[in-house]
Design a binder for this molecule. Structure first.
Ligand SMILES: Nc1nc2c(ncn2[C@@H]2O[C@H](COP(=O)(O)OP(=O)(O)OP(=O)(O)O)[C@@H](O)[C@H]2O)c(=O)[nH]1
Ligand SMILES: [Mg+2]
Length: 251
């Protein structure tokens, strides 16, 4: 009986925390996007664009959407920094891959980088949101054109979506987050990560989820070295739940 009530209590009062990796090659607009997410969901002023510098470590942003907490990990995309990404794969519930849609010369690099990310076994089954960023620029390619160009038909059984966004004016940001929440809540990968977290709960003693992440990610990341630019967030009041018009199919 106790476990029944405990289960109900947990269901009603425990918020799920999802870890979302923001990846993409350098200058795609990842950190600007993170700033926009915080300004939209936390009612915070974004950093002025000219104060956002290339990321060398990791930026963290937290938002709350209905009953879910989202923790975004924004990593530097310069070629020499991309090898760090995989330290975070195991703990990620979903991937956001940002592409500068106004810069065709970078598409090949973005495509091969994305393909490499998707081949990594630690990201198996992670839902993928590909953002065609910088739509405020007239030369930006639409999400459909970008999808055709990337030709990611070989996306196996992965749940994915392309969305046209602008980290400057906020176009497509809410739709993207709503989609992410919906797919993460229902994905098998979330079940797997939950089960794993349950199993290792006894062995992890740190209190913050970032510390736990540090303890449990492969390769024992030294966060003193990586946390170059932590952007602290705070929770805001939940919004009413919103349902995506077309629920995706799940493997
Ligand atoms: N016009 C326009 N410019 C953008 C947008 N998003 C980002 N930028 C610009 O693109 C450049 C790179 O933005 P960042 O957010 O630093 O890119 P990043 O992907 O975080 O880069 P790294 O940290 O080096 O990986 C900056 O000059 C931004 O102001 C957008 O939606 N529209
Ligand atoms: Mg950055």
């Amino acid at each position: 009986m106790f476990s029944l009530f405990y289960g109900l209590w947990k269901y009603l009062f425990t918020k799920t925390e999802f870890h979302v990796l923001i990846l993409g090659i350098d200058k795609a607009g990842k950190t600007t996007l993170l700033e926009k997410l915080k300004s939209v969901y936390l009612n915070m002023e974004s950093l002025p664009h000219d104060r956002i510098v290339p990321t060398v470590g990791l930026n963290i942003g937290r938002i709350q959407v209905s009953n879910s907490k989202l923790v975004f990990w924004d990593l530097g995309g310069q070629p020499g920094l991309r090898s760090i990404w995989e330290k975070y794969y195991e703990e990620a519930h979903a991937i956001v891959f940002v592409i500068d849609a106004s810069s065709p010369l970078q598409f090949e690099d973005a495509k091969s980088t994305l393909e490499k990310v998707l081949r990594h076994e630690d990201l198996q089954g992670a839902p993928l949101l590909i953002l065609a960023n910088k739509q405020d620029l007239s030369e930006a390619m639409s999400a459909e054109e970008l999808a055709r160009y990337l030709d990611l038909k070989k996306l196996d059984e992965r749940v994915y979506m392309f969305e046209a966004v602008s980290a400057y004016d906020g176009l497509g940001i809410k739709e993207s987050v709503e989609w992410l929440v919906e797919v993460m809540e229902r994905s098998k990968r979330t079940e797997t990560l939950r089960a794993r977290a349950g199993e290792s709960a006894g062995s992890v003693t740190s209190s913050s989820s970032e510390e736990q992440t540090c303890l449990r990610t492969k390769g024992q990341i030294n966060h003193d070295l990586l946390l170059g630019d932590i952007i602290p967030g705070s929770w805001h009041q939940p919004r009413p739940p919103q349902v995506h018009a077309q629920p995706p199919s799940f493997p």
